[in-house]
Design a protein around this ligand. Sequence first.
Ligand code: EPZ
Length: 422
Amino acid sequence: MERKYVIRGKKPLKGEIEVSGAKNASLPAICATLLAPGIYKLKKVPKVRDVFCMLRIMEHLGAVYKFEKDYLKIDTTGINRASVPYELASQIRASILFLGALVGAFKEAEVPLPGGCAIGKRPVDFHIRGLSQLGAEIKLDKGNLIVKAKKLKGTEIVLDFPSVTATENLMMAGCFAEGETIIKNAAKEPEVVFLGEMLKKMGANIKGYGEDTIYIKGKKKLKSINIKIIPDRIEAGTYLVLGALMEENEVVVKNVEEEHLETPIIKLEEMGITLEKVGKNSFLVKRGKSIFPVNVMTAPYPGFPTDLQPFFAVLLTQAEGISFVTENIFENRFLYVFELNRMGADIKVEEKTAIIKGPTPLTGSPVKATDLRAGAALVLSGLCAENTTTVYNIELIERGYENFVKKLSGVGAEIKVTESES
Ligand code: EPZ
């Protein structure tokens, strides 16, 4: 059965949207529970496809989990294997995070080499090189990374690029490496900082996370803990852009960690869009009649996040003039442009830059999600387009947006899921 969103556009939206816990903080946090056998309570983990996928892998490894009231309870006292099955791992790239946790805790791991995806090849050479430098022997056998380490020995690792999950993998493995592990050119994303806080709370001797260099002194063992997941800054950015697409200035986004969105908020202000604080971590999105064109360039945190690039492109189709969006992180993150142009946008992609001429009225049409964020961006374009937009491949969007239809309908959007013979 083909499930799709059917959206009736141009409805003025009004009300509050609450941001959930961060998917990309929850995924490494789930893997980190392998580092110490015990019972963990992780609050505000979003119930999205990516999380359930990682939890199915945890069950395969011997863990038991249950969503209780407002927390996810994970019991890792029964972990009895260190190999991740292809049919589960191939559904989610973040399964590579099991590598660092399993090698750290059990000195062995078998994890399928993740495939690429729509937005790029997504290699894992930094992960492999870093773990090898810690003393792990890694070989590729029938598509699986087979990792063994008699012991892990701390050393200085310099990442070619501040890769988020490579940093997270090396943080987890470093917790049990003898001596000191130093990770240079580390990723500084808030989700990396969250993992650092979690590991520290578990008893790891770790510092410097959130800066260029992370220092970890290996320990013999860690302990299980309870922790609350940070808000999802990408989901927050998604709804701030939704508010900016509406001229009526009546959308409030709640549970927004402002300091995690500094660069996108500055960019919105350049476009003539401001956030009025109306409560603790709650913001009313306000804009004038017209939106100003800008230049967006994605970069590692604290630069402009690549994950918000598709949403700003949709917004810039409504700006008065020519805007430039340059994607510097992934090699293929403009696939949604072709779908947007079918709705009436005027975007040309040259090399790594999308040149967007605005304003162009958007009209509803059938479109398909090419990746998680592009799919959500097409939903936003449907909400500000004339007539009806049908979005296909919505499973991709459900990977990262908790209660997406419910939250949008809650502010008056006309959106529903329909099923039809594929
Ligand atoms: C994380 O992916 C996020 N995923 C992505 O979010 C996000 O887009 C990305 O970071 C960038 O911010 C999770 O946290 C689960 P990278 P990750 O390693 O870690 C190259 C979403 O929408 N690279 O920082 O895979 C890579 O090809 C997802 O939730 C290597 O060359 O991204 C890319 O060009 C999409 N070799 C660049 O580095 C490596 O070994 C950044 O990738 C690793 C990465």
